[in-house]
Design a binder for this molecule. Structure first.
Ligand code: RFL
Ligand code: PHB
Length: 390
């Protein structure tokens, strides 16, 4: 039996960041992760960090390489109807975004955590939560063939959309809201210089495309695909042809192509579970909510949850007051719904849903308004860089 203050399920960005922040404030935790460390660190996902996320990583002592290697982007480009328009995020909303891969961020957090002597039990299977509705929460698990248990004050469910934490809550205590979009994103990573210095979000009659990057020599590109497409359907040459077809001519002719290092398809969905607290169990990050990647909000929302929970836990252990912890669910959900709205809106604006020419013309009209109207550009920019914390 292991005794700790906070049991954390999942060693993704949410779980590692929370554990690290608690550790630096003298609060003990044990992280239980079902996969191996190398598997967790190889998962290619997000790439774009809000300023608040960067600050939290620095507070966790995991921001040194990020400061050195992260690419600061002051703007983004929107391509539609044959034109390209830049939105100056820095000038409009006062903040830039930082390009830094989730793979690198997870490695940095893992290293910082190990350096502080934090405990992560990788390949912990059959995790089972109990007692969180009372005063003695427990988490049972199997590690290296031995069944064991963590006794704790609180459980943080940081185990992603398919995790066990949300599934452990009695059905009558939780409400879920969901929108599944009729398309996916096919993503390719390639060792080629990015086509532009900034990200390009493209609305095209053939479907959405996104040009992102991981460094000045490594590009991350996406095209909208059907929900039934398989990675095997997409040879590298088919992918590059499709991407070029969806970009303005200047970019298409300039784009450097090369063999893919990774290729994967992600379905798109919006999902929110309410509340995010059940007695002594708190849901954090993708365990509680999913946004489509269009707004680059998923990882940033997870970090915002971590910030609020960590503040509540520090306050609880310092002052004995449960007030901030009691506000966790409402505070986190307020931000979650703002980001859910923005991600849904930007997804709806940029993707092709059907052959409906009326809908396509409306998208172009809205994009024209977005780039021409200072008020509309400002609204986009303040949401994209991340709304301020209350
Ligand atoms: P994770 O990363 O899913 O980690 C959960 C961890 O829990 C483990 N786990 C379990 N452990 C023990 N027992 C169990 N029963 C368990 N079940 C699961 C898992 O193995 C895993 O290690 O959730 P977390 O930490 O909340 O982090 C969330 C982010 O990973 C996610 O929101 C982002 O990747 C979303 N996202 C993006 N977010 C951004 O902010 N900016 C972006 O640019 C961005 N781009 C993206 C994205 C997600 C994408 N995909 C693939 C969905 C681009 C894509 C294509
Ligand atoms: C990425 O680089 O993977 C990325 C960037 C912006 C998004 C989504 C994904 O909106």
């Amino acid at each position: 039996m292991i005794r700790t203050q906070v049991a954390i399920i999942g060693a993704g960005p949410s779980g590692l960041l929370l554990s690290q922040l608690l550790q630096r404030n003298g609060i003990s935790s044990v992280v239980l992760e079902q996969r191996s460390r190398s598997y967790v660190e190889a998962r290619i996902r997000a790439g774009l960090l809000e300023r608040g996320t960067v600050e939290l990583l620095e507070a966790a002592g995991a921001g040194e390489r990020l400061r050195r290697e992260g690419l600061v982007h002051d703007g983004v480009e929107l391509a539609f109807a044959g034109r390209v328009q830049r939105i100056d995020l820095k000038a409009l909303a006062g903040h830039a975004m930082t390009v830094y891969g989730q793979t690198e961020l997870t490695k940095d957090l893992g290293d910082a955590h190990a350096a502080l002597g934090g405990t992560v039990l990788y390949e912990a299977t059959d995790v089972a939560l109990d007692g969180f509705e009372g005063t003695h929460p427990r988490v049972a698990f199997t590690h290296q063939g031995v069944r064991d248990e963590v006794e704790c004050d609180f459980i943080a469910g940081c185990d992603g959309f398919h995790g066990i934490s949300r599934a452990s809550v009695p059905a009558g205590s939780i409400q879920t809201h969901e929108r599944v979009y009729p398309f996916g994103w096919l993503g390719v990573l390639a060792e080629v210089p990015p086509v532009s210095n900034e990200l390009i979000y493209a609305n095209h009659a053939r479907g959405f495309a996104l040009c992102s990057m991981r460094s000045m020599t490594r590009s991350r590109y996406y095209v909208q695909c059907t929900p039934v497409d398989k990675v095997e359907d997409w040879s590298d040459s088919r992918f590059w042809d499709e991407l070029r077809a969806r970009l303005p001519a200047g970019y298409a002719s300039r784009m450097v192509t090369g063999p893919s290092i990774e290729k994967s398809i992600a379905p798109l969905r919006s999902f929110v579970a309410e509340p995010m607290r059940f007695g002594r169990l708190f849901l954090v990050g993708d365990a509680a909510h999913i946004v489509p990647p269009t707004g680059a909000k998923g990882l940033n929302l997870a970090a915002a949850d971590v910030r609020m929970l960590y503040e509540g836990l520090v306050d609880y252990y310092r002052s004995g007051s449960g007030t901030l912890l009691g506000e966790y669910s409402a505070r986190a959900l307020a931000r979650v719904w703002e980001a859910t709205r923005f991600s849904w809106w930007f997804t709806t604006l940029m993707h092709r849903f059907s052959d409906d020419s009326f809908a396509q013309r409306l998208q172009v009209a809205e994009l024209e308004y977005l780039v021409e109207s200072p008020a509309a550009s400002w609204s986009f920019a303040e949401n994209y860089v991340g709304l301020p914390f209350a």
